[in-house]
Design a protein around this ligand. Structure first.
Ligand code: ZN
Length: 240
């Protein structure tokens, strides 16, 4: 990640993020990547003092979660937000906070991991299920191959809410893309920052940066994760 190894390949200007239409902007980059893979480019090696044909391929993309949705064409909102678990995503719709939370992450641990048996530290139940296997590139391509996406601000946008895949990602134009095991990665530093912000915000009680509140506590009580005393309810109502 050193600066001398980084290259700005494009910049998209405009008042809004392109969202799913990002494929239109990416097409020129994809063209270049195709050329790099198939033909290669002539590069001079100063050490050997000779020219050689350099080939390159795209290994994976690193992005935040909303961009994951835009690049992969997967709908990263609502009940099936996890692109790995897909239909099998474990979600709970909160009654008071109205948010969707995703639970049962112990599934991703090794089969006999001690954390799987911890009840109190997690959501009050043991977890013995095995996590679902991520879809291969071929399987994803099969699901999105038939999708007909119209880019741009057209008047009539087809609302296909039933399909969790929104488009055939332009990356599939690269011949090797469907052979890659991991195509998109989450930028962990970005996520860490957000989680850290919320935790610190809660610890030092910064208004607007805090996830604690009456709804949250009622939801926690509902899920059986923490007990809520009537006094707390009263106090929270009062302070809010
Ligand atoms: Zn998942």
């Amino acid at each position: 990640m050193k600066r001398k190894y980084m290259m700005l390949s494009m910049m998209i200007s405009g008042p809004r993020q392109p969202g799913n239409d990002i494929d239109v902007y990416l097409s020129s980059l994809i063209e270049d990547l195709k050329k790099l893979r198939d033909e290669g480019v002539l590069v001079f090696d100063g050490f050997q003092n000779e020219s050689f044909q350099m080939h390159a391929m795209l290994f994976c993309t690193i992005n935040d979660f909303p961009a994951y949705g835009n690049l992969s064409g997967y709908s990263v909102k609502d009940h099936h937000a996890c692109p790995i678990c897909e239909e099998d995503t474990s979600y709970i719709q909160l009654k008071h906070g109205r948010k969707i939370v995703y639970a049962r992450h112990q599934r991703f641990l090794k089969p006999h991991h001690p954390y799987r048996r911890l009840k109190k530290a997690f959501n009050g139940s043991q977890e013995h299920e095995i996590a679902s296997i991520p879809l291969t590139g071929e399987q994803v391509l099969q699901q999105v191959e038939h999708l007909n996406t119209i880019f741009g601000n057209t008047q009539k946008k087809e609302k296909s809410k039933s399909c969790i895949w929104k488009k055939r990602s332009i990356f599939f134009d690269l011949s090797y893309w469907s052979d890659l095991d991991i195509r998109h990665c989450i930028d962990v530093m970005h996520v860490e920052k957000n989680v850290c912000d919320s935790v610190i915000g809660m610890l030092v009680n910064i208004q607007g940066k805090m996830k604690d509140g009456l709804n949250t506590r009622q939801d926690l009580a509902e899920l059986g994760i923490c007990w809520i005393s009537p006094a707390v309810t009263f106090w929270s109502t009062f302070s809010l």
